[in-house]
Structure formats: structure tokens, C-alpha cells
Design a protein. Structure first.
Length: 147
């Protein structure tokens, strides 16, 4: 196994791992994170070439993590009760963020890398929330239940 060390200000380990596996199938083994003062390790199979290492390093440099959280998982289906979603994009030059909320694209305005969105429903339903174009950004998926 080969180890490639890269320094990133912020990392979404699962998203970076998924992106590496998509670009380097059979060669990307995983990602290890430690503490903020230590570089992350990208683990590659022994069959990885120097070009594969360069691809992995480029992908890591382009990594633009997004983290999703919700203050609640359940809301009343009354059209006014709301769950508050927080979107965090810690990379200083983060790309714009668009969420998929129940399949509908919803742009999120970021201020200093953080944005919020309220979720309401007048009908009982399950509302799935994920990041549109999530490759190399996020694997986070939230579900809000309107009951």
C-alpha cells in the first residue's frame, strides 16, 4: 500500500474517499484524517502509478467540502413549524452551494462559509435533503419528517 500525504484546511473524509474511488477505481484504498496540524493520508494500492498519485493529489487540492446539519429531524405538518438546516462550506473560496430539497434545487446563500435554510411542510411527508453536484464535496444526506 502507498501513502500520499496532503494538507487541507478542511476535509469531508467520506466525500473525498468517494471521489478518489470514482477517479481511481481499484487503486484508491481510503483516506485517514488525524488532527488539524497533521496532513491527511490518502491510501493507494501498490498498483498506483505516479500519474495516479498526481491525480489523487489534484483531486484533494480541488476538494470543496460541505457539511449539513439540522436542528430537528421532525416537524409538524402545519405549514409553519420549521427545521433549520445549516450548511457549512469551510473552504475560503468555496463554490456556490445548491441543495436538493425533496428533489428541488434550492440555492443557499453563504456568509463566511455558512448558510441556513428553513424547511416547512403543510402535508405529512418525508423531505430528503442533499447537496446537488456532491462529487468531491459531501456525502451528507438529511431527512426531515413532517408529521
Amino acid at each position: 500500500m502507498r501513502e500520499l500525504n496532503v494538507s487541507l484546511d478542511a476535509v469531508h473524509p467520506a466525500a473525498l474517499d468517494a471521489a478518489l474511488r470514482a477517479v481511481l477505481p481499484g487503486k484508491a484504498v481510503g483516506v485517514s484524517t488525524y488532527d488539524p496540524a497533521r496532513p491527511i493520508s490518502i491510501w493507494l494500492d501498490d498498483s498506483a502509478t505516479p500519474d495516479d498519485e498526481a491525480s489523487a493529489a489534484s483531486l484533494a487540492a480541488a476538494h470543496d467540502p460541505i457539511f449539513l446539519s439540522a436542528d430537528r429531524q421532525n416537524i409538524a405538518a402545519d405549514g409553519s413549524d420549521a427545521a433549520s438546516l445549516t450548511v457549512s462550506a469551510p473552504k475560503p473560496d468555496a463554490a456556490p452551494v445548491t441543495l436538493l430539497v425533496a428533489g428541488t434545487a434550492v440555492p443557499v446563500t453563504l456568509t463566511d462559509g455558512v448558510g441556513t435554510l428553513s424547511i416547512v411542510s403543510a402535508d405529512p411527508t418525508t423531505i430528503a435533503v442533499s447537496v446537488q453536484n456532491a462529487a468531491n464535496r459531501s456525502t451528507d444526506q438529511l431527512t426531515i419528517e413532517a408529521v
